[in-house]
Design a protein around this ligand. Structure first.
Ligand code: ADP
Ligand code: G6P
Length: 428
């Protein structure tokens, strides 16, 4: 049985989540990047609607045709929280926390990948192009190649691919590389990720390439002057406004940036500063995520207790998603953007910030370990494992360099997400 879709994207998540008041955009860089690509290609998206044990029939949302794949409570615990986010996520992010390996999680990973492959096989037209996304679905290419040899299959890994030494920890390492080898083309964020993979499979494996992902500059608008002024006024019109925008994930180094700010305040090197940290809840039932949240919230409380005053805290912390339309106001208002992950495939937040600063104002503090540092190498780069290095980058950024910001803006707006998708699909 085949369907009638000539272009199919399959990702663990659909680009929308169900809330009490209806559907809204789901979190993360994968969705932010791919939604505009699918609208442009009138393709369909196969993915999980974000809550276990629900049946959702196919529907259209914002110009994209969506084909939900249901996950049971067992799938959610073992495939999503377990193998995807407690084995692969920490392993692929260089063991920031220790990965756990469990045969039951692996069974769930295999059976859910099969579910996704079956769903794609049912909607894809004869000879269609299928683009499989990210670490949750690495067995899908192999399964599809077997079931539907007529398909052209691409895969893109949004997160880093670890060095062979680390990858070899994985008890099912050969199954994963074999699954990926069902592809016609595998895309990675950076050359380094591609080389790590090639070191495992040798020269004879599938075609690979590095395709750094980007943003849709049309989807994120710098806030209007009056909204920016209103926001700064609410924050007490500080001389320097610093901003962090992340999923609340241990890879993002949120605590480290707060500690660097605390040190600078203690040393009297920063004054008249306000910090806004927007942190979207993420993978909340997993213990390492709970712990990261506790540590971040404790630091926010301590820093405000030490350096804030009544009515004007230093750190303004929001643990909720912020509507996309409002993000542009935060980006435009911020003098210094803090992006300090220990490891990150790309980090679209860095690119979104730069795209909101066409005139060269603002400054970006960026971790050397974010994929974005390859293109945005004129940012104030820092080593997030070294608080002194974050502190120096922050102090440099407070003065800013308009030339550097203008050059980065040019790069981000020219090489946008359409160019990324076009380059990958042409290579495919
Ligand atoms: P990741 O994919 O690991 O979440 P990225 O920086 O690549 O990290 O992408 C995150 C995406 O999610 C961006 O498009 C960003 O705008 C959005 N996002 C992150 N944090 C928030 C937040 N607190 N509120 C709203 N959107 C957010
Ligand atoms: C990162 C991953 C995506 C994932 C997103 C949100 O961007 O690369 O695959 O969808 O985070 O995480 P979640 O677990 O909520 O889907």
């Amino acid at each position: 049985m085949t369907g009638d879709n000539k272009f199919v994207v399959v990702a663990n998540r659909l680009p929308v989540d169900r809330t009490k008041s209806g559907w809204r955009a789901s979190p993360g860089g994968l969705v932010a990047a791919l939604a505009p690509v699918l609208r442009a290609h009138s393709g369909c998206w196969v993915g999980w609607p974000g809550e276990p044990d629900t049946h959702v029939p196919p529907f259209d949302f914002d110009g994209i045709s969506l084909h939900p794949v249901g996950l049971s409570g067992w799938d959610f615990e073992n495939f999503y929280e377990g193998f995807s986010n407690s084995s692969l996520w920490p392993l692929y992010h260089d063991l920031i926390v220790t990965p756990q390996y469990s045969p039951e999680w692996w069974d769930a990973y295999k059976s859910v990948n099969k579910k996704f492959a079956d769903a794609v096989a049912a909607v894809a037209a004869e000879g269609a192009t299928v683009w499989v996304q990210d670490y949750q679905l690495q067995l899908v290419p192999g399964l599809l190649k077997e079931a539907r040899p007529d398909l052209t299959i691409g895969f893109f890994l949004h997160i880093p691919f670890p060095s062979p030494d680390l990858f070899k920890q994985l008890p099912w390492r050969e199954d994963i590389t074999r699954g990926l080898e069902g592809c016609d083309l595998i895309g990675f964020q950076r050359d380094e990720d591609e080389q790590n993979f090639r070191a495992l499979v040798g020269a004879s494996g599938p075609r690979t390439g590095a395709f750094p992902i980007s943003i849709d500059p049309g989807a994120i608008h710098p806030g209007a002057r009056e909204d920016v002024d209103k926001l700064r006024e609410k924050l007490g019109n500080p001389r320097t406004l610093m901003l962090g925008v992340d999923r609340l994930d241990y890879t993002k180094g949120i605590l480290q940036r707060l500690l660097a700010i605390e040190n600078l305040l203690e040393q009297g090197e920063l004054d008249d500063v306000a910090v806004v940290q927007l942190a979207t809840p993420s993978r909340e039932r997993i213990e390492h995520y709970k712990q990261t949240r506790r540590e971040v919230e404790e630091a926010v409380g301590r820093i405000n207790g030490r350096f804030g005053s009544v009515g004007t805290p230093v750190i303004h912390y929001i643990h909720r998603p912020v509507p996309k339309g409002e993000l542009g106001t935060y980006y435009a208002a911020a003098d210094v953007m803090l992006v300090t992950p220990f490891k990150d495939g790309m980090n679209l937040v860095a690119k979104e910030y730069v795209s909101c600063h066409p005139d060269g104002d603002g400054a970006l503090v960026l971790s050397e370990f974010a994929g974005a540092a390859v293109e945005l190498n004129q940012a104030y780069l820092c080593n997030p494992f070294d608080l002194e290095s974050i502190q120096q980058a922050i102090l440099g950024a407070v003065d800013g360099d308009p030339e550097a910001m203008r050059a980065m803006h040019k790069r981000v707006t020219e090489y946008d997400v359409d160019r990324w998708a076009q380059t990958f699909l042409e290579a495919l």
